[in-house]
Ligand binder design. Structure first.
Ligand SMILES: NC(=O)c1ccc[n+]([C@@H]2O[C@H](COP(=O)([O-])OP(=O)(O)OC[C@H]3O[C@@H](n4cnc5c(N)ncnc54)[C@H](OP(=O)(O)O)[C@@H]3O)[C@@H](O)[C@H]2O)c1
Length: 291
């Protein structure tokens, strides 16, 4: 990856930081993106030290804010050489419905709208670099329906169930994007990392779980760090690192990869044309993006 520039959102911790670490080890110039300057600078310093790669830097943006995404894209534009890989990793699961400063439901904003907007804004940089790659990070359980009347949790909101729907919506949006980017030379794919015990699941209280799962939450809290801590976080970065760097995947486009970095079928709700079109239209409207 020497000579290539990669941007990873949500890379101050968790899977994003491990993804950035892996790509820095491969020699890429890595732009970490975090919403907190101290955490982002600390992560960049840690990765420079750990990998011996001086080309790791931090940029600051809250991905749920349109203005921050625009400023971030301008900062990337001001650099030489374009952007070879964009990894839309930042993800959010909320216990209760919350709106962003822009008035969008928070999990939809981070998990669906931010990848949509940032990819649009950075398309010129991905073109400038040559065969640019976009990797979007899936999550939850890759099945279930998408309720078009509840895309921002307007009707009902159970944290993890809603998070699951946002990740299906991300997949549908990615498929719609892939159709539009065909022939562009830029590829867009989705990677599923697999479970990892990170701040995302550590910080969730029982109320975020669907009713049927709540009795087993105390047991999950004991088991999760044991099964999904430590090496699991590193392992969870493997599929996105592979999609970002494997020369054999340079032409692969519009594909969903599971946690073993193997091709997997898109869930039925993602293949549904009505879902793709409705989510695309909503993202255009909320993101104020033409096209
Ligand atoms: N953990 C799992 O088991 C699992 C499984 C499947 C998929 N995933 C997906 O993998 C991705 C990474 O998750 P993770 O488990 O590593 O979560 P995490 O440890 O909570 O990390 C999330 C990252 O996103 C950042 N972030 C959150 N909100 C942001 C915002 N508004 N603007 C900018 N950055 C923001 C966080 O930064 P701060 O330091 O500022 O909080 C953090 O660096 C997510 O897309 C998640 O949905 C995770």
């Amino acid at each position: 990856m020497s000579g290539k520039t990669v941007l990873v959102t949500g890379s101050t911790g968790g899977i994003g930081k491990e993804t950035a670490r892996g790509l820095a080890r491969l020699g890429a110039d890595v732009i970490l993106v975090g919403r907190n300057a101290d955490r982002a600078e600390a992560a960049a310093a840690e990765l420079r030290r750990d990998t011996g790669n001086p080309g790791v830097e931090a940029l600051i943006a809250d991905v749920t804010r349109r203005d921050d995404l625009r400023r971030l894209a301008e900062q990337v534009r001001a650099r030489d050489g374009g952007l070879h890989v964009l990894i839309n990793n930042a993800g959010v699961a909320k216990e209760s419905r919350e709106l962003t400063a822009d008035g969008v439901e928070m999990a939809f904003a981070a998990n669906v709208l931010a990848p949509f907007v940032l990819t649009h804004l950075l398309l010129p940089e991905l073109r400038r670099a040559g065969r640019g790659r976009v990797v979007n990070i899936a999550g939850g359980v890759p099945r279930g329906r998408i309720d078009l009347d509840n895309l921002q949790g307007e009707k009902s909101y159970v944290g993890l169930a809603f998070y699951n729907q946002t990740k299906l919506a991300l997949m549908a949006m990615s498929c719609a994007f892939a159709e539009r980017l065909r022939e562009s030379g830029i590829t867009i794919n989705v990677a599923y990392p697999g479970h990892a015990y990170t701040s995302m699941n550590k910080n969730l209280t029982t109320s975020a779980y669907p009713l049927a799962a709540r009795p087993v939450v105390p047991l999950l809290r004991i088991l999760m760090p044991v099964i999904y801590g430590g090496a699991a976080v590193e392992k969870a970065a493997a599929s996105s690192i592979r999609l970002a760097s494997d020369p054999g995947l340079a032409e692969v486009h519009g594909v969903y990869f599971n946690s073993k970095a193997e091709r997997a079928p898109w869930p039925a709700s993602v293949r549904d044309r009505r879902n793709r079109d409705a989510i695309w239209a909503l993202c255009r409207e909320l993101g104020r993006i033409e096209g």
